[in-house]
Design a protein around this ligand. Structure first.
Ligand code: NAD
Ligand code: UFG
Length: 339
């Protein structure tokens, strides 16, 4: 079976994807500099799967170090998760975001060309639809105007990858636009382990639930939605990971660029998420309403038809599983991978 390189594979989505690829029979190798993750996640992946995962501490920007990984393995496809992803931090440190996210992409493309590796699956984001497209978002819409440098790096990387695929007829690029991944592996051995104060909703909720934070602040209750709080398309990270297995299969039989939304197609409000969490876990979440967070838009969700039609993929798990698994991961690992 072929070997898949997961660049940034020790992170939240990469580690879950590693499990699903191994279970589907692929060999997996991981290259990560652990700037936002721990090698422990891959130890846990090995425990879940019963398989060995070669792990390299490499900055993906470092082409020489990356080439050494390609020399050691017969890589067929690359999945590029290795990016910085904190929206607020990207506004304070735009150059760090542009250089890390874009240089990792170019470095991978160049080393892949050198080793005649043709399949590139990219972690993109619903953020590329920007602020002006109507909802639900569909892949045929133009990329929009982003409200922060993180989003712009995704727009730019999509463009770079499309251009690379136009110039090299052998290249197969799959752009996966994730909506809002939450949840954890049902084994509760791997999950999301943010450093510092979580930016995203679900890790904040689980840290309140486990007693690491006093209360959740809901950013705005005066949006034009039915309960005044923002609505998003939350997707279980295991469903998202399975989407990558389908994308790897697709990429190996196609060339050019193809874009897929990976979402459920159903939005939930912040209040609905908190209530679903309380119902699924029996744990009360202390919360209060605060000011709107700059850059948030009231509502977005996916049209997920294309992934169903072409990849034969759709999200199977609902809000109950997402909340249950987020909580089980957090309560069994109150300090994440830190032992
Ligand atoms: P994560 O931070 O958990 O994983 C990213 C991994 O990349 C980390 O292990 C980090 O150490 C590594 N990394 C970063 N820069 C690197 C470099 N220069 N060299 C080597 N390794 C490097 O994040 P995640 O949630 O797993 O996200 C994975 C990808 O999906 C990211 O590109 C992110 O932008 C994208 N994405 C995430 C979300 C989300 O909500 N989690 C939504 C849309 C898109
Ligand atoms: N929220 C709160 N309180 C918090 C955290 C979040 O009320 O403490 C609210 C936000 O205002 C938003 C919703 O919860 O209305 C979801 O916020 P997240 O930060 O979890 O997710 P976003 O939709 O803002 O963004 C996420 C990723 C982006 C990605 C986007 C689309 O963080 O990187 O999904 O994939 F681009």
């Amino acid at each position: 079976m072929s070997t898949i390189l997961l660049a940034g594979g020790a992170g939240y989505i990469g580690s879950h994807t590693a499990v699903e690829l191994l279970q589907a029979g692929y060999d997996v190798i991981v290259a990560d500099n652990f700037c936002n993750s721990s090698p422990q996640s891959i130890k846990r992946v090995e425990m879940i799967s019963g398989k060995h995962v070669p792990l390299y501490e490499v900055d993906i920007k470092d082409k020489k170090a990356l080439s050494n990984v390609f020399l050691k393995h017969n890589i067929e496809s690359v999945i590029h998760f290795a990016g910085l992803k904190a929206v607020g931090e990207s506004m304070e440190k735009p150059l760090l975001y542009y250089s890390n996210n874009i240089d990792t992409t170019i470095s991978l493309l160049e080393v892949m060309a050198e080793f005649h590796v043709h399949n590139f699956i990219f972690s993109s984001s619903a953020t590329v639809y920007g602020t002006e497209n109507p909802i639900p978002y569909i892949e045929t819409m133009p990329r929009g105007t982003c409200s922060n440098p993180y989003g712009w790096t995704k727009v730019m990387m999509e463009q770079i990858l499309e251009d690379a695929a136009k110039a090299d007829p052998a290249l197969s690029v799959v752009l996966l636009r994730y909506f809002n991944p939450i949840g954890a592996h049902p084994s509760s051995m791997i999950g999301e382990d943010p450093t510092g104060i979580p930016n995203n909703l679900m890790p904040y909720i689980t840290q309140v639930a486990v007693g690491r934070r006093d209360h959740l602040t809901i950013f705005g209750n005066d949006y034009p939605t039915k309960d005044g709080t923002c609505r998003r398309d939350y997707i279980h990270v295991v469903d998202l990971a399975i989407g990558h297995v389908k994308a790897v299969e697709y990429a190996s039989h196609h060339t050019g660029t193809e874009i897929f939304n990976l979402g459920t197609g159903t939005p939930y409000s912040v209040n609905e998420i908190v209530e679903a969490f309380e119902q699924a876990t029996g744990v009360k979440i202390k919360r209060e309403y605060g000011a709107r967070r700059p850059g948030d838009i009231p509502e977005f969700y996916a049209n997920a038809d294309k992934a169903k039609a072409i990849l034969d993929w759709k999200a199977e798990m609902g809000l109950y599983e997402m909340c249950r698994d987020s909580w089980n991961w957090q309560r069994n690992n109150p300090n994440g991978y830190q032992i």
